[in-house]
Design a protein around this ligand. Structure first.
Ligand code: FES
Length: 127
């Protein structure tokens, strides 16, 4: 388990936090559910083409629309309703010592350059 402190919204509805291992996550204040005022945490960049999701638009408090090509993602499930082959990483929000954190799991294992190139050439889902 890796916990990343989410901080306070301070009037923002989205911002980015970073784990000690350098991964970045978008935090959305949606106003209901678990977390300080209803926080949702996702990967910071869009799985379509790396758009900055914290700059996107919140819809009905449960979806974000990417600002680059307007793909829409469910903040609870990560499903993309625009192009289902894309899925956004979502992470649970937990309270610890009176503060809110995202449980972002363990960092992915290091890959060699050849493994990275193969992963880019043949994504895991075979598409
Ligand atoms: S980069 Fe997000 S929809 Fe294209």
């Amino acid at each position: 388990m890796t916990l990343v402190a989410l901080g306070a919204a301070d009037g923002r509805d989205a911002w980015v936090v970073e784990s000690d291992d350098g991964r970045r996550f978008a935090v959305f204040a949606v106003g209901d559910g678990p977390g300080a005022g209803g926080l949702r945490v996702t990967d910071a960049v869009c799985p379509h083409n790396q758009g900055p999701l914290e700059q996107g638009w919140l819809r009905e408090g449960r979806a974000v629309v990417c600002p680059w090509h307007w793909y829409r993602f469910d903040l609870d499930t990560g499903e993309c309703t625009t192009a289902p082959q894309h899925r956004l990483g979502t992470y649970p929000v937990v309270e610890h010592g009176g503060e809110w954190f995202a449980d972002v799991g363990e960092p992915p294992p290091e890959m060699s350059w050849s493994q990275r190139l193969r992963a880019l050439a043949r994504p895991e889902d075979g598409r």
